[in-house]
Design a protein around this ligand. Structure first.
Ligand code: NAD
Length: 441
């Protein structure tokens, strides 16, 4: 009976980005009816035609299957979605403001409209990453904007999926966090997630909001920590991959998030670490560790240029091949990608760019002029003076490295993600540079 009742719960998800669209497809896959809303008309048009607005493994098949089964629909009409749903999930963007704070304007505007369109009791769930205290603000906004005083609850339900494995993560997450002080909302939310067969953590809204920032800040800290170890390894002649493997054998440390490289990017870690500093500053707290994490990361993004300028006496007029534009493999997301810093720096030095990414094809997405975007990795290395590998796509791990060096004009290869073996590259004739190990010079 409980299951049948659960299947009848109708969900609206506002925001069909990486989080909203993936969550919608997964809820539909688990049997719920989901109305997806976005104010981007083009996106909704595409989704109605079955065209994916983002690249994510397994998304297209699962989306089309559930659309055919009438469990998924796409609209720009928020009023319709609110009135037809019991639970309204907010999954809009919370980008960074120029002052580092999280920009809550999308969440606020959606909340105000939900309040106006309410026609009965609703649960409003916030999945967007928001500073602690936002759940209370959302409650106030709804009260201030309601036309009729319908009962409602506001739940904080942070999202932990990773782009690239978002469907898998949603279906097999480590935990589902539900932040509410209200028994009715707690029961409905627990039922909603019951058939995901994951640990459901019931907690306060403040805890739920803080958990998300604490998790992202901790993961970012691991990355900056291993990058600092990598920098020391380069000085003392140690090998960071060996160090990471062996310290990771300690269960208290774990091997995850211990890959040294050219820094983290993406739509979450950079903005969430900054937002955490900013909102804790508002309480008079100086979050020293997270400030250092950001500083280390900014510095790490400059490592390939440092290596490039050491290897090439002059970058001006030289052509550099860039392998990978996405901030990590298996996604088309270039937000805060280290590729952006690297390309900018090369262009400032007067260098020319040839770039290739297996998925990022749309020049608008990365917003650079004077770049030659090519169709294959081999085209990106043809006649270049140096190559910088930015994203560790599997395709690059399979490259014919003998062919690559023959195609290149020079032999400098900067591996920003440590995917090749120094000895092999050296034997093939490369001047090979990686992160946190002895260089080939
Ligand atoms: P996104 O930018 O990919 O998607 C946001 C969507 O919201 C866009 O399609 C946009 O058109 C839509 N939107 C904006 N204003 C709207 C409005 N008024 N009405 C309807 N739709 C509107 O963002 P995302 O990456 O999916 O992130 C969403 C939230 O989830 C953010 O707070 C982010 O921090 C958090 N989050 C993201 C990830 C991730 O890996 N991307 C993981 C966990 C949490």
């Amino acid at each position: 009976i409980a299951k049948r009742r659960l299947l009848k719960v109708k969900i609206a998800i506002v925001g069909t980005g990486y989080v909203g669209l993936v969550s919608a497809v997964c809820f539909a896959e688990k049997g719920s009816r989901v109305i997806c809303v976005d104010n981007n008309e083009e996106k909704i048009k595409q989704l109605n035609k079955g065209i994916m607005p983002i690249y994510e493994n397994d998304l297209e098949d699962m989306l089309n299957k559930n659309k055919c089964s009438k469990r998924l629909e796409f609209t720009t009409d928020l009023e319709y979605a609110v009135q037809k749903s019991d639970i309204i999930i907010i999954a809009v963007g919370t980008p960074m403001l120029p002052n580092g704070h999280a920009d809550l304007s999308q969440v606020e505007s959606v909340t105000e409209n939900i309040a106006k369109f309410m026609n009965e009791y609703k649960i409003i769930v916030n999945k967007s990453t928001v500073p602690v205290g936002t759940q209370k603000k959302v409650i106030k906004l709804i009260r201030d904007n309601q036309i009729n005083e319908y009962d409602f609850d506001v739940v904080s339900n942070p999202e932990f999926l990773r782009e690239g494995t978002a469907i898998y993560d949603t279906m097999h997450g480590d935990r589902i966090v539900i932040g509410t002080d209200n028994e009715r909302a707690r029961k409905i939310m627990t039922k909603l997630y019951a058939n995901f067969n994951q640990s459901i953590i019931l907690t306060s809204p403040e805890n739920a909001e803080m958990i998300k920032y604490a998790a992202n800040a901790f993961l970012a800290t691991k990355i900056s920590f291993i990058n600092e170890i990598a920098n020391i390894c380069e000085i003392v002649g140690a090998d960071v991959q060996e160090i990471a493997k062996i310290i990771g054998m300690d269960k208290r440390i774990s091997p995850e998030f211990l890959s040294a490289g050219i820094g983290f990017g993406g739509a979450c870690f950079p903005k969430d670490t900054k937002a955490l500093i900013k909102f804790t500053e508002g309480f008079g707290y100086d979050f020293k560790i997270v400030k250092s994490v950001i500083e280390v990361n900014e510095n790490q993004k400059t490592k390939p240029i440092e290596k490039l300028t050491n290897a090439l006496s002059c970058v001006k007029g030289r052509t550099i091949g860039i392998l990978g534009l996405a901030f990590k493999p298996n996604t088309d997301d270039t937000r805060e990608s280290p590729a952006i810093t690297i390309i900018n720096d090369i262009q400032k030095l007067g260098g020319k760019i040839k770039a290739y990414d297996p998925i990022v094809k749309d020049i608008d997405k990365i917003k650079f002029d004077n770049i030659e975007y090519v169709d294959t990795a081999y085209d990106a290395v043809k006649d270049v003076d140096a190559v910088i590998l930015v994203t560790e796509w599997d395709e690059f791990k399979q490259l014919d490295l003998k062919k690559v060096i023959k195609l290149m004009k020079g032999n400098i290869f900067i591996d920003g993600r440590n995917i090749y073996k120094y000895t092999k590259m050296f034997k093939l004739g490369y001047e090979y540079y990686c992160i946190g190990k002895k260089d080939s010079q």
